[in-house]
Design a protein around this ligand. Structure first.
Ligand SMILES: Nc1nc2c(ncn2[C@@H]2O[C@H](COP(=O)(O)OP(=O)(O)O)[C@@H](O)[C@H]2O)c(=O)[nH]1
Ligand SMILES: [Mg+2]
Ligand SMILES: [Zn+2]
Ligand SMILES: [Zn+2]
Length: 401
């Protein structure tokens, strides 16, 4: 079965194509100095010397070290030479690219989403684990320490350079024993609208099973003019989406007149701001207030399609209004399947110095539930569970993380 490397996002046709690292003590010590051009390329270095032995050719049925004959178990991606997690070829192949211009809230979204998915283990009967300790360290260093320990916003992401990704790769084991891989790359989006940069992350975009495209309502002139906004970044969501579509098509060798057939989740971020009650006619044009469908609780333990469609219709109409009609049209013209969502990673605006009182996410799981329902087997069908009746007031009883 083909699988995707969580480091370089190259699609590997079959498990026999991997390389191995010999873990025998004799072959894994400082006395071994071996050139590793694959890893050097991945890291963007002119050369790289490793202190372990890589085996490129071996008997496929019984892989053994070509020098010391030790049995080989540690698989390396043949393209980038990062260690592959055991069993990767058996996972449902799924990763969703999180994309969007600078400051839309990608880093906060990913950081909070992972925590929320973990917290939802009981509801959905799944368990989520990082593929290795490096992932866990990265998550703690980059997200958890600020968000949940220091209660502070996350520092702006540095640009991904020269094909180096630090992926957040998890497996999700579900109620029916299926395992799906969930990979996220927190791209520095300031350049996703610039063609050059978008092409450096082409593999990430074009090998994904779905796209989560983040849209910050505060970056639309229409909204800013009416309520003012702290961040001065101004993005053209319509153009950025068109760059992403082009990159996807060219990566897959698709014709330009064909609609893209992976699902697109258009996710309006920072919806805490939109849920404020309007106090005058101008604010009414941009605030959704307490009548918004975002406030309707979803069903427990399943994907609540009806609830999600209501929000989608509301957000599509909203983006149609604030983008002067251009954005939803671009979505419709480029993607076969799409849905709109509204989320807030933090649940409230950080104060002027970036400190957070609490982290109370709003609906951050919705896009993932929709995508996972479509693309994987990890979510129960709606009618098999009695607890469907148990509609819970999630929003009233927010999940503080
Ligand atoms: N009000 C509000 N602000 C948010 C939220 N998430 C992120 N922000 C703010 O948006 C800005 C950009 O967020 P960041 O995640 O760094 O964006 P990125 O550049 O797309 O990774 C930061 O100043 C955050 O404080 C949210 O849920 N609500
Ligand atoms: Mg970021
Ligand atoms: Zn790789
Ligand atoms: Zn060996």
């Amino acid at each position: 079965m083909a699988f995707i490397c969580p480091y370089c996002f190259e699609s590997i046709k079959k498990i026999d194509d991997v390389h191995y690292m010999c873990t025998d003590v004799g072959h894994n010590s400082s006395s071994i100095l071996e050139d590793d051009p694959e890893f050097a390329r991945y890291r963007g270095l002119p050369s790289y010397t490793r202190t372990s032995h890589v085996v490129r050719t071996f008997n496929k049925r019984d892989p053994k070290c070509d020098v010391c004959q030790a049995r080989l178990t540690r698989m390396l991606c043949p393209v980038c030479h990062n260690t592959l997690p055991y069993g990767i070829d058996k996972w449902d192949l799924n990763f969703f690219a999180v994309l969007g211009p600078r400051a839309v809230g990608k880093s906060h979204y990913i950081g909070v989403l992972i925590k929320v998915l973990e917290k939802m283990s009981k509801e959905f009967e799944w368990s989520i684990s990082p593929i290795d300790s490096k992932v866990n360290d990265l998550y703690n260093k980059k997200y958890a320490n600020s968000l949940f320990s220091k209660k502070k916003g996350i520092d702006p992401t540095r640009r991904v350079t020269l094909d180096i990704y630090e992926p957040l790769a998890y497996t999700i084991k579900s109620f029916n024993g299926r395992v799906a891989g969930l990979f996220f790359v927190d791209t520095a989006g300031e350049d996703v609208s610039a063609d050059d940069y978008a092409y450096t992350i082409q593999k990430y975009i074009s090998n994904s099973s779905g796209i989560i495209y983040l849209v910050d309502p505060l970056q639309f002139e229409y909204v800013k003019d009416r309520i003012g906004a702290r961040d001065s970044n101004q993005a053209n969501y319509t153009n950025t989406l068109s760059v992403i579509s082009q990159v996807y098509r060219s990566g897959r060798g698709m014709s330009v007149n064909k609609k893209i057939d992976i699902p697109l989740a258009v996710v309006v971020t920072k919806c805490d701001v939109l849920l404020r009650e309007p106090t005058n006619a101008t604010e009414e044009e941009v605030y959704l207030g307490s009548d918004s469908a975002i406030n309707n609780p979803r069903k427990y333990g399943v994907f609540d399609d009806e609830n999600s469609r209501q929000i989608s219709a509301e957000m599509e109409a909203y983006l149609d209004r604030v983008s002067g009609g251009t954005f939803p049209m671009a979505v419709k013209n480029d993607f076969k399947e799409y849905r709109y969502f509204a989320v807030s990673a933090l649940g409230a605006e950080p104060d002027a110095s970036g400190m957070l009182k609490t982290v109370s996410p709003i609906r951050v799981e919705d896009p993932m539930l929709w995508l996972m329902k479509k693309e994987t087997d990890v979510i129960r069908p709606p009618n098999t569970q009695e607890s469907v009746k148990k509609t819970m007031g999630f929003l009233k009883r927010r999940l503080n993380v």
